[in-house]
Design a protein around this ligand. Structure first.
Ligand SMILES: Nc1ncnc2c1ncn2[C@@H]1O[C@H](COP(=O)(O)OP(=O)(O)OP(=O)(O)O)[C@@H](O)[C@H]1O
Ligand SMILES: [Mg+2]
Length: 471
């Protein structure tokens, strides 16, 4: 995605980002114990130790301190990630200044002055451009502080010519040049790394979505095949069922009071046929393409109707319903009867799960936003239906939206597959959350179904035709 002008960060933000990136990634790089780069540094310091003045013990001690500092740098940055780099640069400036003081009769003339490149480059590695400039200025000031004894006739008898000033200025300028070159390179390389990381994350996300879409497509294919089969079967079963039911009813009428046993048996045939017929209707509901008429409306009234339907059907259940509807909910493009069916299926499952003991059914509706596939946010309504039943075992959670998955004696296992189909038709999503309310002091229990319906005002909802066939 191309960044828009508005989204582009300001220069100040970018410098801060760069510094943060440099800091964090350098920290990452320095995390490894001792790298081959450290060994090269140590060899370089050993080379300096072998150069005159070899017998100057302070010089050797300072070089040793530099070596130890180099080895401890990673550890220090790890221990104090925020201030660590500043401490390291400060210590290196101090050591460089001491080294200059011990490597020349006239310190400002010491050939070891490029040692200041160590703190300068370290600063360039860890900090952003402005901080690097500040650290380089400090290092240059530390170096130039040796002008004071050189200029003070009471301390030294030394005369500084204009050429020497030029020479000093050139040296200092080279400190800045080195700092800026290294910093520019480091910042650019970190920025590239960050860009690649972002690209890799985007790719991973796209990949994940693709896999999800493939899984959904596979599930739809399976559902379509099952649907066709169920539709064929159901159709074939329905006709003989009609005949059986008609015959049983005729038998009951004919036998009347004369043969109570035969009449009772005919009654069983009739009631079982009714059950089978309801089952077949459920199969057909599942298999048949659903025709959805989407019109923007208030989702809570549909939800209320579903709650009342189930409450009426399960009068004896000791279930307390707690409703929590947020005000000013946006209208949602819905097919009333399909949506009501979906809610009924979920609420019925909750009543079934809580069983004879009853429990609490919490229904919460609120505004929500979710990240859409195109990366933008979609506004809409979230419906959360939670019960205090035994919950859904983790291993079942993946499967219960598949048809014919049931744990109930008399269940068909089609309720949630129909819900899932209706959700697809509304561009809505449904997910199960681990648990509802935690039991007092114990493990969390209950099932929680969370649905998201995009608001009717969202572009995606408007793009859909008002009449939709969900097959
Ligand atoms: N609220 C819930 N608490 C616990 N388990 C649940 C809940 N909702 C669904 N389930 C589990 O998911 C399974 C599938 O539910 P689904 O509604 O698809 O089928 P069913 O209720 O078994 O049969 P039917 O087709 O009659 O609805 C259920 O058998 C049950 O094990
Ligand atoms: Mg069910």
């Amino acid at each position: 995605m191309q960044p828009t002008e508005r989204m582009r960060p300001s220069r100040k933000e970018r410098a801060r980002d760069d510094a943060a990136v440099v800091g964090s990634e350098m920290t990452e790089a320095k995390r490894r114990a001792v790298t081959w780069m450290d060994v090269i540094w140590l060899m370089f310091l050993a080379g300096l130790a072998l150069l005159p003045p070899v017998k100057e013990i302070h010089k050797q001690e300072i070089l040793l301190a530099f070596g130890l500092m180099q080895l401890a740098e990673g550890w220090l940055v790890r221990r104090i990630p925020r201030r660590g780099p500043a401490y390291i640069v400060l210590i290196k400036i101090g050591l460089a200044t001491l080294l200059i003081g011990h490597t020349g009769e006239i310190s400002i003339n010491s050939s070891y002055y490029p040692i200041y490149l160590l703190p300068v480059i370290t600063a360039a590695e860890y900090f952003g451009p402005w901080a690097t400039l500040a650290w380089t200025t400090l290092a240059s000031a530390a170096y130039c502080s040796y002008l004071y004894p050189a200029l003070n006739p009471e301390i030294l008898e030394f005369e500084i010519t204009p050429e020497s000033y030029f020479e000093l200025a050139i040296r200092v300028l080279f400190f800045f040049l080195a700092a800026m070159v290294v910093n520019r390179y480091v910042v650019e390389s970190r920025r590239q790394t960050k860009r690649y990381q972002e690209l890799a994350e985007t790719l991973a996300e796209t990949n994940r979505r693709l896999e999800q879409a493939q899984a959904e497509a596979r599930r739809s294919e399976r559902l379509a095949a099952l649907g066709q089969m169920s539709a064929g079967l159901a159709h074939e079963i329905r006709n003989p069922l009609g005949v059986i039911k008609g015959s049983a009813e005729m038998l009951t009428q004919k036998l009347g009071e004369s043969n109570p046993l035969a009449s009772e048996l005919a009654g069983y045939i009739s009631s079982e046929t009714n059950r089978l017929s309801a089952l077949v209707t459920r199969f057909l509901d599942f298999a048949r393409p659903l025709h959805a008429d989407l019109t923007p409306q208030d989702i809570t009234s549909v939800l209320d109707r579903a709650l009342n339907d189930v409450a009426k059907a399960c009068k004896d259940a000791a279930v307390r319903v707690e409703r929590d509807y947020a005000p000013n909910l946006p209208p949602v493009a819905l097919d009333e009867s399909l949506c009501e069916q979906a809610f009924v299926n979920i609420v019925q499952n909750a009543y079934d799960a809580m069983g004879a003991n009853g429990g609490l059914l919490r229904v919460k509706v609120g505004k929500s936003r979710v990240a859409a596939r195109d990366g933008n946010n979609t506004g809409g309504v979230e419906v959360r239906i939670e019960d205090t039943g035994p919950g859904i075992p983790a291993e079942l959670r993946e499967q219960i939206f598949n048809p014919f998955v049931t744990t109930k004696k008399s269940g068909v296992g089609l309720g949630l597959s129909i819900v899932s189909k209706i959700m697809d038709g509304h561009h809505a999503s449904i997910r199960i959350e681990a648990a509802g309310a935690p039991a007092s002091g114990g493990a969390a229990i209950g099932a929680s179904f969370v649905m998201f319906f995009p608001a009717a005002s969202e572009k995606a909802a408007f793009d859909e035709p008002a009449h939709l066939v969900i097959s």
